[in-house]
Design a protein around this ligand. Structure first.
Ligand code: NAD
Ligand code: MLT
Length: 529
């Protein structure tokens, strides 16, 4: 699993020196090789346990495939668009980022862009270098009293808002997940997009690049804007459609644009960069000493945490793995994996829907990390190799298993308030109920049969079902165990249900001949946890 020690970590972009230093101080071999060619990267990554990049290295599916031992990819920055997260997830590789490390720098650059657009500072500076003294050409506008539309009110959007309010700008905006009450607290009045377009003197975008944000500003939305609107994109190329922006600049509908990011970086088509009303930077939002040192430091410390078995802060693709490193979640994750494996052993091959229910208030939010753990156990039981908490859900889905998580605060009275995890195959009587006692995962109930004492789900187990009215098969089973050289550690029996009783034997070694056990019982299964 990705939490195990990290031997060799490749730093393939130019990162703040503190990144390598912190890794080495923690005993991790940090190899700083910025500027590798694609072929060199494919060769170097082969025996690395970790990879840290900024935005120059493209961590494609091919790179991920070439990495025989890679467990974690760290992005010293926010956007992970240069990492094929799906390919990493499929291979069970954890992806980390530093979501807050460069927010202030990106916000400050955005504010600088707004001021530069209002007063044409870059154009005026260039004309001075050209030995000109043109005071009429650069008649600007005051920001005071103007309206700034902010699309995306996350970490950066809100920092831009409070800074531009200091210039007397009215800040309005839109974000589908930030509530109007929350945004009002940092001075942004939220409005539907359709109402925002005609009100703005300036529009700045601070969303990720998603299908829903690609071309957020396009021919049709530019047409709804105030003539001469000025636009800033310091987020991701493509949020403002580049063709539409050029057309709006040419028609005068857009009075000016400031771009730090492009769909292709560096842009091969220079039409926008060369337009007189466009100011642009080569993706400099995070390029400050402070942001680079923060991001380098934050990503290195997350790698150190991971190597030391602690939960890293910026997990992009596996909430389950971060939870697995929290001490209070670990026994529940072990229980979920064990119940998944037991379900596959008893009812396999499991296909279709599996219901994962958490019962009891302390497990209210646990479904998100217990479902991947159940999937891991199920696939493990089906003989899948290289399954872990990062790729469990994805691989289960591809194997035709859908896990649905439900939660109930209520626990049946017979369990005296203990929190429970229950797995069920809808439309069948297959149902497993487990819990955690101390830090031991235990089985409480199997297909409706409650165990008199909870069964610890650790080590090799032999389970069998026999008729309640029949003579106990235990002496015969013990004889077979003795012949196989397996010692009995524990015995747990269930209450009778439907005329039969389940028995679970804890053994010192696996590998009892099931065929022979089955001569004495209705059903028998073996598993090692
Ligand atoms: P964030 O996740 O904190 O905030 C993004 C916000 O966008 C979220 O609140 C989300 O709800 C909102 N959003 C999503 N879809 C939306 C839509 N259709 N309309 C309006 N809002 C929507 O991200 P952040 O850290 O503030 O970063 C914002 C952007 O800036 C990202 O694209 C990031 O990659 C980029 N960035 C660029 C630089 C740079 O160097 N230029 C530096 C850092 C971050
Ligand atoms: C980010 O996503 O963090 C920024 O675009 C900055 C960068 O790539 O360095």
């Amino acid at each position: 699993m990705a939490s195990a020690g990290l031997g060799k970590v490749l730093l393939s972009d130019s990162l703040d020196p503190c990144c390598g230093q912190l890794l080495r101080a923690a005993g991790i071999r940090a190899l700083e090789l910025p500027g590798l060619s694609h072929e060199q990267l494919l060769a170097e990554i082969r025996d690395c346990d970790g990879l840290i990049v900024r935005s120059a290295t493209k961590v494609t599916a091919e790179v991920i495939e070439a990495a025989g031992r890679l467990r974690v990819i760290g992005r010293a920055g926010t956007g992970v668009d240069n990492v094929d997260v799906e390919a990493a997830t499929r291979k069970g590789i954890l992806v980390l980022n530093t979501p807050t490390g460069n927010s202030l720098s990106a916000a400050e650059l955005t504010c600088g862009m707004i001021l530069s657009l209002a007063r044409q500072i870059p154009q005026a500076a260039a004309s001075m270098k050209d030995r000109k003294w043109d005071r009429k050409k650069f008649l600007g506008m005051e920001l005071h009293g103007k309206t700034l539309g902010i699309l995306g009110l996350g970490r950066i959007g809100r920092e831009v808002a409070t800074r531009m309010q200091a210039f007397g700008m009215k800040t309005i905006g839109y974000d589908p997940i930030v509530s109007p009450e929350d945004s009002a607290a940092f001075g942004v009045q939220q409005l539907p997009l359709e109402q925002i377009w005609p009100l703005c003197d300036f529009i700045t975008v601070h969303t990720p690049l998603l299908p829903s944000t690609t071309g957020l500003l396009n021919d049709s939305t530019f047409a709804k804007c105030r003539p001469g609107v000025q636009v800033v994109n310091c987020a991701r190329g493509g949020i403002v459609d580049e063709g539409a922006l050029l057309r709006a600049l040419q028609s005068g509908q857009c009075g000016g644009a400031a771009l730090d990011v492009f769909t292709q970086e560096p842009p091969q088509d220079r039409a926008l960069v060369n337009h007189p009303n466009v100011i642009s930077c080569p993706h400099l939002g995070a390029s400050t000493r402070e942001a680079q040192s923060r991001c380098g430091r934050e990503i290195a410390l997350q790698f150190v945490d991971l190597a030391q078995g602690k939960a890293p802060a910026g997990v992009v693709n596996s909430q389950a793995l971060s939870s697995a490193l929290q001490p209070h979640c670990q026994p529940w994750i072990a229980l979920a994996e064990a119940l998944g494996l037991l379900l596959q052993t008893l009812a396999g091959p499991v296909k279709g829907s599996v219901q994962v229910s958490t019962l009891g208030a302390p497990l209210q939010k646990a479904g998100t990390y217990l479902s991947p753990a159940v999937a891991t156990g199920l696939l493990d039981g089906a003989g899948h190799k290289h399954v872990n908490l990062v790729n469990g859900l994805l691989l289960a889905q591809e194997a035709g298993v859908q896990l649905t998580a439900t939660h109930s605060a209520m626990v049946p009275e017979s369990y005296r308030g203990a929190s429970l995890l229950q797995l069920a195959l809808p439309g069948t009587s297959t149902r497993l109920v487990g819990s955690v006692q101390g830090s031991t995962p235990v089985l409480q109930e199997l297909n409706g049969a409650t165990f008199r004492q909870p069964v610890p789900l650790t080590g090799p187990l032999l389970l069998y079902r026999a008729g309640a009215a029949d003579a106990s098969p235990l002496p015969a089973v013990l004889g077979l165990l003795g012949k196989a050289g397996a010692e009995l550690h524990s015995y747990h029996g269930s209450c009778p249900v439907g005329g039969s009783v389940w028995s679970v034997l804890g053994l010192s070694a696996a590998g009892v001949a099931l065929g022979e056990v089955k001569q004495h019982v209705a059903e028998a299964f073996q598993l090692t946890l």
